[in-house]
Design a binder for this molecule. Structure first.
Ligand code: NAP
Length: 493
């Protein structure tokens, strides 16, 4: 009888201990102080493995390597950089099962969902392999005559990338793809809770031919010390961050001394609007995707359901039926729809949001409690009659909880949707074409899904407004974040 490998054995097979160190200048090395950090399996709370606890000296050594590689990398032919990305896309696709399993082990999401992230994450490598050869400046006549204007595009230089735990692969490739295409070198600090996917990706990028020193990785328990040290260094020219708004604001403040260029992909509080003229079945399907992708641990997750009064009861009933039928369990088990949340703190925070709503008069249609451990599970939950002041409406839930509130008119819906400091994603279900245009114009959001619960697409500009940050990842816009412009004035006699 064959026994299933333990999570630790599965990880050992896919990522040797050698690759659980720091990657500096093409070598895998231990942390300067020799420290190690435990990484937990969120499905049982046990130690999955360890990683190096990099120090600020390690961070500086990584920046030394990125800086040393920058000039030659910038001078490498765009086609060559594009070909490396293309090979990386192919290798990531070939190794989709391995990457998905590592991601599921460290982050908890079901393997099938992790495979979806591999496809999405790999597409950034393909998209930017195609964009690498399309960087160009412009040439024009001075409108007043007498001279010509030329612009030259150049890589901004060494970058620092800080990524979150919720999408361990895609949040990396969204930055790595355009940086490689533009000719930038980088230091990456992946989330401490999910470092293994990034370490495995680095081995794949090396196999694809990425030169030593272009991509360096430092894991550490002290992200604050790493970022403040590197941001004080004038060799670092750009920071791209995906994570919470609080940390993002601190990084922006830290950028002031050296005036680094910044890209900020921060938190969200996406409204999901359902109008009475919508196809209600499609709206429930879309709600399941927008809410339950990644167990609700997504910045684009539908956080608040705003439903027109006449269809609210029916929508709530159908959503609760679907949510209540989901299977919760370990992400590597067959038939599991919903994995664990990332840690104990996440479970307590989701539980507190639900308790607050109930205390303020909300009714629980399904779920409403944590699932007994081991592991960090919370039951898919639908709440109705949730007052506008409830935490479930005003804060980012980051869990499988769908609070439903109602609206009377389109103006009402827009006012409620915009009543948040965030502005990342919004969704609307309606069959009225003019209304979709009015919503696109009036909603304060970086992205709007019309009759769909999924907006992410590597060919589209992903990013937010207001306190969801600035800058765009993906699309034609994505590479702009990694390019400077030199304008040349050429007098003509
Ligand atoms: P987080 O606590 O801000 O952590 C994100 C990253 O920042 C991690 O690598 C973390 O390192 C690091 N970090 C923490 N403190 C830091 C500091 N003082 N200086 C430098 N780096 C620091 O966020 P999270 O809980 O991992 O992620 C969830 C948040 O990310 C949510 O708000 C979500 O909406 C947002 N998000 C946004 C997008 C988007 O594209 N807009 C996408 C995904 C997620 P450690 O792991 O070592 O703590």
């Amino acid at each position: 009888m064959s026994t299933r490998p333990t999570p630790q054995e599965s990880l050992d097979r896919l990522l040797p201990e050698h690759n659980r160190q720091l990657l500096i200048g093409g070598s895998w090395v231990p942390a300067a102080g020799g420290g190690r950090i435990d990484v937990l399996d969120p499905a049982d709370g046990e130690v999955l493995g360890t990683i190096a606890d990099g120090t600020t000296d390690d961070a500086v050594r990584a920046l030394d390597a990125a800086h040393a590689a920058q000039a030659e990398w910038a001078a490498t032919a765009p086609r060559e950089r594009g070909e490396i990305l293309r090979r990386a896309f192919e290798l990531v696709t070939e190794r989709a099962d391995d990457l998905a399993l590592v991601m599921s082990l460290e982050m908890g999401k079901p393997v099938a969902e992790a495979k979806g992230e591999v496809t999405y994450g790999a597409e950034f490598l393909r998209w930017f392999s195609e964009e690498a050869v399309r960087v160009h400046g412009r040439w024009m006549h001075n409108p007043a005559g007498g001279s010509r204007l030329l612009t030259v595009r150049k890589p901004v230089g060494p970058c620092l990338f800080i990524t979150p735990w919720n999408f361990p692969l895609a949040m990396g490739t969204r930055k790595i793809g355009p940086a490689i295409a533009a000719g930038c070198t980088m230091v990456i600090k992946p989330a401490t809770q999910t470092p293994y996917t990034m370490l495995l990706l680095a081995t794949i990028l090396a196999e694809a031919g990425l030169p030593d020193g272009v991509l360096n990785i430092v894991t550490t328990h002290d992200a604050g010390a790493l970022s403040s040290t590197l941001q004080a260094d004038d060799r670092l020219r750009k920071v791209s961050f995906t994570g919470s708004t609080g940390v993002g604001k601190m990084l922006v403040k830290q950028s002031a001394d050296q005036l680094q260029r910044m890209s900020m992909e921060l938190g969200g509080n996406a409204p999901f609007l359902v109008f009475a003229d919508a196809d209600l079945g499609a709206a429930v399907d879309g709600a399941m995707v927008a809410k339950m992708r990644n167990m609700g641990e997504a910045c684009t997750s539908a956080n608040r359901f705003l439903v027109e009064e006449s269809v609210a009861e029916e929508f709530g009933r159908r959503l609760a039926e679907r949510m209540g039928a989901l299977t919760v369990g370990r992400g590597q088990d067959d038939g599991v729809d919903v994995g664990p949340l990332i840690d104990e703190k996440a479970v307590s925070s989701v539980a507190a949001v639900v308790e607050d709503a109930v205390e303020r008069g909300a009714r629980v249609l399904t779920g409403g409690q944590a699932v007994e451990g081991p592991g960090f599970f919370y039951a898919p939950t639908v709440l109705v009659d949730v007052p506008a002041e409830a935490d479930a409406v005003t804060t980012e839930i980051f869990g499988p909880v769908a609070p439903i509130t109602t609206f009377a008119t389109e103006d009402d819906a827009v006012r409620l949707a915009n009543a948040t400091e965030y502005g990342l994603a919004a969704y609307a279900y309606t069959r009225d074409l003019e209304r979709t245009i009015r919503l696109a114009e009036r909603l304060e959001t970086g992205m709007l899904g019309i009759n769909t619960g999924l907006v992410s697409n590597p060919a589209a500009p992903f990013g937010g407004v207001k306190q969801s940050g600035f800058g765009r990842e993906g699309g034609f816009e994505g590479i702009e974040e990694y390019l400077d412009t030199t304008y040349v004035a050429i007098p003509m006699s």
